[in-house]
Design a protein around this ligand. Structure first.
Ligand code: FAD
Length: 469
């Protein structure tokens, strides 16, 4: 890339630009350091400057200037991605979208928000407006942007009921600005959404998001303990299948992780206890307690009945789940890392049992139950007591040999991460909207390397669009 920054800046009169190297570096990073592999590979990465638009018109001006002066553009929301998605491998400008943060309209069943709106803020406004909330949110809801979630995430709290971002209907519309000589704004709907969903900002800059809403309840956070890990797993699976019970989160986590790493909850948990973290609708609480009693689960804490002294300083239950489990472990033991595994039905429980038998405490179990194409599946976010990169690769291979595909969180490209399959339709769209390849360069192998074979039989969370054409 020519990366003519002087020309770029000259075209952006009146738009906020930051060039202080320390601040630029700070906004060039995400949570890539969760992975010892990415930490080694990406630690040095930094942009040349940060540009912060206030509205879509400024985004269009920035993209026009980027095209004219060959400046790479990496979009950034809250910077909470785990795979170095938001890191500018070729330098250039980080496009900080934090100021496009308004909730624009709320109707029964949907919300329109600017890309930089913080996820929890959207829920706050939709609750106040009409007792509605987003169907799902990442456990980083308090810091992540909605556009960053759609462009870099996969699902989260609520996915037990609604599936993931990969499922049609869980995003209604995305508005993107292209990286052309005369940038256009496009509204993507239907299958076209998947050109930009989980594409790391390689296929247009999202400025506006329309998402479906569902009824909001005063969810009750509950922790249930079991002395045996597989009993906790079976309980969670049966609970996920209990059709009449409404839950928003079901996450079993193996001993001794909850006791050792959930420091603020430690006093409620014995070290040998595996814990299932739950969010239960208040109207389901009686039935849920009956179910749990029969399963001989021990209710360790329910937030709706805890004393103010017990609740003081306790994070919400969802901040023990998804990648917050890893974060809490890392804070205590910096050598820990993690994996993302798919245990697909119908034999998901047997697969989990096999992996537990093989790895024991080297790979402590953490599962997120979710709806996967209409069936209940378990996504593994197992912790890994990291020793060497070679051993990590071996652990991944052993999972895959046993029919447990890994979405490798130690890779920064879309394809190697295994979440997103590139295909002819994605590539044709990229050629159209980003002919110079300025958007987040280095993240889409199929674009960089024309010989890359993307037709592999590998399992992808977001499959290619070919079938849909
Ligand atoms: P960023 O990190 O800023 O960006 C993510 C990607 O999207 C980058 O590639 C960036 O270039 C691109 N992007 C951002 N904004 C735009 C835009 N406007 N247009 C185009 N591209 C854009 N993920 C989940 O899915 N579920 C979870 O439950 C979850 N839990 C997490 C817990 C922790 C503790 C951490 C550290 C991460 C977790 N993640 C989770 C990953 C991450 O937080 C989410 O994907 C999050 O929603 C990303 O939002 P963000 O605003 O921080 O995006």
């Amino acid at each position: 890339f020519k990366n003519d920054l002087a020309g770029f800046k000259a075209d952006l009169e009146g738009i906020a630009i930051e060039e202080n190297p320390a601040l630029v570096k700070q906004k060039s990073r995400d949570f890539f350091w969760y992975s010892p592999v990415l930490k080694r590979q990406l630690d040095h990465v930094t942009a040349d400057l940060i540009v912060t638009p206030k509205d879509e018109a400024e985004v269009v001006r920035i993209m026009k200037a980027a095209f004219a002066h060959d400046v790479p553009i990496t979009a950034r929301g809250g910077g909470t991605g785990n795979y170095g998605q938001a890191m500018p491998l070729s330098g250039g400008a980080v496009l900080n979208l934090a100021e496009l943060n308004k909730v624009k309209s709320i109707t029964p069943g949907s919300v329109v928000a600017e890309t930089g709106a913080i996820v929890a803020q959207i829920d706050k406004e939709t609750r106040a407006h009409s007792q509605q909330e987003l169907r799902m949110h990442p456990s980083t809801a308090n810091t992540a942007s909605i556009g960053g979630f759609v462009a870099g995430g996969s699902g989260g709290v609520g996915s037990i009921r609604w599936g993931g971002l990969r499922n049609l209907g869980n995003v209604i519309r995305l508005r993107v600005v292209t990286a052309e000589a005369e940038p256009r704004t496009l509204d993507l709907t239907g299958w076209d959404l998947h050109k930009a969903v989980h594409a790391y900002g390689t296929n247009g800059v999202i400025t506006e998001v329309e998402m479906p809403l569902t009824a909001a309840y005063d969810w009750v956070d509950v922790l249930v303990g079991f002395d045996d890990w597989m009993t906790a797993v079976r309980y969670a699976d049966e609970l996920a299948h209990a059709d009449g019970l409404l839950l928003k989160e079901i996450a079993p986590i193996a001993a001794p992780v909850p006791h050792d790493y959930f420091l603020r909850h430690q006093k409620f948990i014995r070290r040998e206890q595996s814990v299932v973290v739950l969010m239960v609708a208040p109207q389901s609480m009686d039935a849920f307690l009956a179910f749990t009693q029969r399963a001989k689960g021990e209710v360790l804490i329910r937030y709706d009945q805890a004393s103010p002294a017990d609740l003081k300083g306790l994070p919400p239950a969802f901040e023990l789940c998804w990648n917050h489990t890893t974060l809490r472990a890392l804070r205590v033991d910096p050598s820990i890392t993690y994996l993302q595994t798919l245990y697909s039905p119908p034999d998901h429980i047997e697969k989990i049992e096999t992996m537990t038998r093989i790895f024991g405490d080297e790979v402590p179990g953490h599962l997120e139950f979710n709806r996967f194409d209409g069936r209940i599946a378990a996504s593994g976010l197992s912790l890994v007591r990291f020793t060497t990169e070679a051993r990590l690769e071996e652990i991944i291979r052993i999972h895959e040999d046993h029919g447990c595909p890994i979405f490798n969180p130690h890779r920064y490209t879309l394809e190697e991460g295994g979440m997103k399959q590139t295909d002819e339709i994605q590539l044709a769209f990229k050629k159209e909207v980003d002919p110079k390849g300025l958007l987040n360069p280095g993240k889409m192998i199929a674009w960089e390397d024309p010989n890359y074979d993307y037709r592999s039989q590998k399992t992808y969370l977001f499959p290619g669009l070919q079938q849909a054409s």
